[in-house]
Ligand binder design. Sequence first.
Ligand code: F6R
Length: 614
Amino acid sequence: MCGIVGYIGNKNAFDYLIKGLERLEYRGYDSAGVALLDEELKVYKTQGKVKDLVHVVQDQNIQGSLGIGHTRWATHGAPNYANAHPHISQSGSLAMIHNGIIENYATIKKALENRGRTFASDTDTEVLLQLIEEIQEKNGVELYEAVRLALNEVIGAYAIVLIDQKNPNILIGAKKGSPLVVGIGQNKGEYFIASDATPIIEYTRQVSYLEDEEIVIIEKGELSIKTLENVEKTPFIQELSISLEAIEKGGYEHFMLKEIFEQPTSISNSLRGRFSPTELRFAMSSLIEYEDKIKNLKRIIIVACGTSWHSGLIGEYLIEDFARLPVEVEYASEFRYRNPIITEDDLVIAISQSGETADTLAALELAKSKGATIYGICNVVGSSIARLTDAGAYTHAGPEIGVASTKAFTAQVSVLTLLSLGLAQIRGAIGTQKLREMLSGLEVIPKQVESLLKECDNLCREISEKYHEASNFLYLGRGYNFPIALEGALKLKEISYIHAEGYPAAEMKHGPIALIDENMPIIVIATKRGHYEKIVSNIQEIKARNGVVIAIVSKGDNEVKALADFAIEIPDVEDALVPLLSIIPLQLISYYIAVLRGCNVDQPRNLAKSVTVE
Ligand code: F6R
């Protein structure tokens, strides 16, 4: 949550900060603000989005070659002006931005108040800032030392960046639990700092990702890194591989639509070079290196949140089907606080687009401490989860900017499909014929997704036109399509604010059937191969109660088509491959409905892309 950006160099920082904040806005958009140091320290901030900030400052001549900026997802304190970052210390000399949560802020605040400090906001950030200033003043130490001592007193997660009016040549950042990356500019003495590389990519490819409990000091054009224990570290500089086009809209009205239409490429990238359908071979280093471990595995536990949890459910079906290994799929937030039974024979798989989700990260740390082997399926390269794992496979979906996850989901499912088949082969649980069918089927999925997007787009718009004013939707599916029902419902509710529920179709008669009337559209995923007869009966039950049915059917189906109000055809593929196709029309319907309702599709209210708080 929250996006942070900083600049130090010899150009005006303002434009870099604003552009950077626009790129980071997916992380939160409750308020936006910048602080720049020219002759004096000036702060400009507002409740609302970056465009509101630009509007507020439009007539001002903002100058300063040192600056920091913040876009907020509120945790402590309402999303108002006072709580917007950057925060200013009591003396007015220090300005700081923060992403994360200081858990012991209340105790520290009380102690600071008792010693005479006053506060202008309700935030935990200001507490940390005032603590830094108090240490700086009382101990008469340099800013770096004050930051280090203060951070040794706090419990929680942070990525912070500070500037100091008294030290106009210094920019300090630190991180624990929340991400922070430093970009080394092409001009001498120019550096960027941000929550992720998107604000940096335009200016340099040379970056250094900070590790937890590291402090970066950029002073008089030189970069140095020290730990909270005051140990000097050599910065590890790496080359960025993402492109600028990948983080821009490329002619689409919204990132979400662009990302939906990118799926033929992103699925293809998630599979590329990882298997051979002719030789029936897998080229995934995690499978090769852990072959012995995989042979002796007793159980797999998948931990994730939200959409990634839904792909985990599909992973469960796939791994149980093919590798015949028991799988448990856990909400990371529940798992970590439940005293779960984890052994050294377990493989714990974390699935996360961002690789930064606090609950998933903590669940993984717990599993690691119990000796389990931990495996990551992440999209963001170099993210915290990816770095913590013993092994893993990146999804290679490319940057996902729209808050609602689309291409990351299908990339996760693609990787899980490969993983399940690879595990099955190593454990001797799958026959050659079946493996060949699956891999050949998987190979053509990107092409099928491409055609499906073209074929179903108009019908999805038509359906959305007709039902966008409904106040409730029900999504039903069985087997592999049950997690798709959950994911379809989540997509709709998060971006259109329509109440939507996903259910296993057979559960309908245990409660939700009472909701059915002619006003509630029911999306039923009724593809041919999985429990077809049973789901046809469920549709009959809905129609008998005058329900509206929008069905996702296999090409050539006539039975469901005759019953449904609308039917969207998808290619008739292996049951286990259906999720990669059946989700496509559901993503499009959510998108078009949200647009028709005038919702902010890429930045739905109250949400943020990267949930770095628990
Ligand atoms: C929904 C969505 C969220 C995320 C969840 C986990 O569209 O994007 O539900 O899936 O916050 O995020 P990651 O995958 O980054 O761990």
